[in-house]
Structures are given as structure tokens and as C-alpha cells.
Design a protein around this ligand. Structure first.
Ligand code: AMP
Ligand code: GLY
Length: 422
């Protein structure tokens, strides 16, 4: 079976790493990939928004499983485009239809979906320039902090949490006037929920699903969860507070109603669902849906999966899918992200990464790297995720930190306090 993975980050390296271990694999291609994926398969110079070029490649290489890493091409309709090709009847696409991708691509769509299917989430209302005044009235009816979300995709920057009412009113106006371009022409205002966050993942064929290990991500750049939001600075799986009682609530109140909701709404969905959750007292609420795996959550979730993911993907869309099971390893996994100095604001690329061969007891998932004349250079804000596995998550974390100090590049930074709140 030949497989194509789309994307270039740590998530895609982790997916490729897992797929490369499957006895079912023929050839593995990653587009565009990074210096890490290059060691597992063939990096291909394809743009992930060039659907025609991807289709030509799928045909040429007889790809049977196409795994879409990031949300962007899904929101733009990649899955529908591939399904519309007459000769792709047997192609398995891991990633939902454009309609399904709206769960991530439109905050309002996701909110309406949750309300319709009685899935616990924060109360909300949405506004456009036509009703700014009502938006301000709505803000006045809430207590601080105020949560303002651009409806559309805004590269992870579209959510503002503001303490002062005046400032929230000004930001509402700025957003509606294009602060995040088209994405904030509509703004969702939500009630603030106070609690601790976690991420839960499933793989689904739209009717049945398999639960994957859960994870906790550390989004802020600074220690103690301070400073700017990033794509994620580290992660841990399992999540100590996600005990079986809590996870039962997650499954009963959130996962199952979501899968049933997809069917009721006739949404074609095949792929991952990432539930961004918050635990308020003892109860889970949905903060957001994502229609892909998380990054860096993948770098802890995927190494904890014992079962063959390719076998599972192959079964999607057939009667076999429901009969499969996903076994987890007993070990905990931690990952620590090395980032470029300056990230998440401006940073430099092209710095030589040293020490890669000295790391023995961790797995290095490349997030932003490229090969140049046999040397590995930085090529992004997030550079390398250092994953370790151990019976105890604290020991796994010690191992990730031990490995971290073996690696170096100019300006390297990482958080030293992953797991501090557990
Ligand atoms: P989102 O892009 O919707 O995941 O929002 C980004 C981050 O903002 C989340 O990870 C939360 O930390 C925070 N957030 C979003 N919505 C809420 C809410 N209703 N209450 C509290 N925090 C929130
Ligand atoms: N780490 C959060 C995300 O992938 O959206």
C-alpha cells in the first residue's frame, strides 16, 4: 500500500514515523515533509493547496491512503476534490469533506452544531458589522473576561480574551472591520469558562469511531503559562486528571453525540476529530473542534498507539473499520518543543542543528527543519519535538529534558516547566 502524507510539521513526522512501521506499507511519500520525514520516506515538492498536482501524484504513484495533516486544505475542499475524480473510488482520504471541515473552519458552524446536538459548550452569540450595537449589548450582559473569536481560520491567532469591557468593545469593532481579514467579518462572543484544558482525539469513518490517547498541550511561550500563544510548546499523554469517570462523561456527552450529529446532519466525515475540551469542576465542555490531529499532541498521542494505524486507515469506509480496535501502550509520553529565538513573533531560519545523533533515548520529531548538503538546518518557529516514553510521565519528562540539552542551534529556546500544573 502506498501512502502520501500532506504537511511539513512534527505532526506529519509522527504520522509518517508510525506508518513507516507498518508491514502493510509499500512506499511512503510526504509532501513537502522536512529533514525528519526524509529519513522515513520520500519528500515530495508539492504544494498542499495544489489539488490538481496532488491528484496527478496520487495517480502516478498509485497512492491508496492520503493522510491530510493540516486543516487548511480540508477547509478548502481537498477531500471533495479527490472524491470527485472518477478513478479514485478506492482512495482512502484521512480528512473530512469541506462541510465536515467547517467544524474547525467556522466557529459559528461548530457552535450551532453543538447546540443542535446538545453538546456542552460555552453560551455564545455571533455578530457582523450589521449588528455591532447588539454585540456591544451582549458584551455588557456578560461578566469578564470576554472571549471574542474570529469565525474563520486565523492561523491560531483569532481568539482574544480580554479583561476590560471597553477594550472588548473596541476589539469587537476592530475584528468586524477586518483585523483578521475575512476570518473576522463575523465574530463569535462566548461566555468565559474557567478550568483546565485537555485534548481528546478519535478516528472516525463518520459512523463508528475509535478513541485515541488523550493529551495536554502547553500553548503559551513562557513558563507558568505566560506570554503569547504558540502552536504548542510541549505535551503530555495520558492526562492525569482524565480518569475513567471523567472520560466516560467525555464519551457520553461529547464524543458520541458528535458522531451521531454528523450522521443526522448527513456530514461526510472520515478522519480525525480533535476535541479541545475544558474541565469545569468535574464536567467537560467543548472549547473547539479541530478536524485533524493536534501538534504537538500528535508527538505524544501517536507514539502511545500500539495498533497499526495504516491497518485502521485501510479499513475506513468498509465494514472492517468497526471491528478494529486501537490498543494503547501503558507507557506515558512527553514531548518538549525546541523553538527558534523570537518565536512566535519574528525569528530567523537556516541555523545549523547540532547533536541530533547524540540523542539515544528519545524520539526526535522534526517540526521545522530541512536538509542542506547533509546538514540539518532550522526551517520554522517550532523546530524539533523531543518525545520520551516511560512508565512514569515525570521520568519521561526528565528524559526529554536530558535529550534537549544535547541539541543546539543558535537562539534555541524551550520551556523548562512542561507538566508544571499536574
Ligand atoms: P480556540 O481557538 O477556540 O481553541 O481558543 C483558543 C484558546 O482560548 C483556548 O485554548 C482556550 O485557552 C481559550 N478559550 C477559548 N474559548 C474559551 C472560553 N469560552 N472560555 C475560556 N477560555 C477559552
Ligand atoms: N496544539 C494545538 C493544535 O494543534 O491546534
Amino acid at each position: 500500500m502506498n501512502v502520501l502524507v500532506l504537511g511539513a510539521g512534527g505532526r506529519e513526522h509522527a504520522l509518517a514515523w508510525k506508518i513507516a512501521q507498518s508491514p502493510l506499507l509499500g512506499q511512503l511519500f510526504i509532501a513537502p515533509g522536512n529533514a525528519g520525514t526524509e529519513q522515513l520516506g520520500h519528500n515530495i515538492n508539492l504544494r498542499i493547496d495544489d489539488f490538481e498536482a496532488i491528484a496527478i501524484f496520487v495517480r502516478q504513484k498509485n497512492i491508496t491512503v492520503l493522510i491530510v495533516g493540516p486543516e487548511d486544505p480540508l477547509v478548502k475542499g481537498l477531500s471533495d476534490f479527490m472524491k470527485s475524480q472518477d478513478d479514485f473510488g478506492k482512495l482512502v482520504i484521512v480528512g473530512p469533506s469541506q462541510n465536515g471541515a467547517l467544524l474547525e473552519g467556522s466557529k459559528e458552524f461548530a457552535k450551532k452544531f453543538m447546540i443542535r446536538h446538545h453538546i456542552p459548550t460555552a453560551g455564545y452569540a455571533s455578530f457582523t458589522t450589521d449588528n455591532i450595537k447588539s454585540g456591544k449589548d451582549f458584551l455588557n450582559s456578560l461578566s469578564p473576561p470576554y472571549v471574542l473569536k474570529a469565525d474563520g481560520l486565523a492561523a491560531g491567532k483569532g481568539v482574544l480574551i480580554i479583561d476590560e469591557l471597553n477594550e472588548a468593545e473596541d476589539e469587537l469593532e476592530a475584528m468586524l472591520n477586518g483585523k483578521f481579514g475575512e476570518a473576522s467579518k463575523k465574530v463569535v462572543i462566548e461566555k468565559f469558562l474557567s478550568g483546565i484544558e485537555l485534548s481528546v482525539f478519535v478516528i472516525t469513518d463518520g459512523k463508528n469511531y475509535h478513541l485515541l490517547p488523550e493529551a495536554k498541550d502547553y500553548k503559551r511561550i513562557g513558563e507558568g503559562d505566560t506570554g503569547l500563544n504558540t502552536g504548542g510548546m510541549g505535551a503530555i499523554s495520558p492526562v492525569p486528571f482524565a480518569n475513567s469517570e471523567f472520560m466516560k462523561k467525555v464519551v457520553d456527552r461529547i464524543v458520541e453525540p458528535t458522531i451521531k450529529g454528523l450522521q443526522q446532519d448527513k456530514i461526510d466525515y472520515q478522519g480525525f476529530i480533535f476535541f479541545g475540551l475544558i474541565k469545569v469542576k468535574d464536567d467537560p465542555f467543548v472549547i473547539e473542534y479541530n478536524v485533524r490531529m493536534g501538534d504537538p499532541e500528535s508527538e505524544v498521542v501517536i507514539p502511545r498507539i500500539q495498533s497499526d494505524l495504516l491497518d485502521l486507515f485501510q479499513a475506513m469506509g468498509t465494514e472492517e473499520f468497526v471491528k478494529k480496535s486501537v490498543e494503547f501502550k501503558n507507557e506515558a509520553a512527553t514531548t518538549v518543543m525546541l523553538v527558534s529565538g523570537g518565536y512566535p513573533e519574528s525569528y530567523e531560519k537556516g541555523k545549523l542543528i547540532s547533536g541530533l545523533n547524540d540523542v539515544k533515548d528519545s524520539i526526535l520529531f522534526h517540526a521545522g527543519s530541512r536538509m542542506n548538503d547533509g546538514q540539518v538546518l532550522t526551517n520554522g518557529g517550532r523546530v524539533i519535538a523531543i518525545t520520551s516514553l516511560h512508565e512514569s510521565w515525570k521520568k519521561a519528562l526528565d528524559q526529554s529534558y536530558y535529550s534537549a540539552q544535547l541539541l543546539d542551534f543558535e537562539g534555541v529556546y524551550y520551556r523548562k516547566d512542561i507538566g508544571f500544573d499536574l
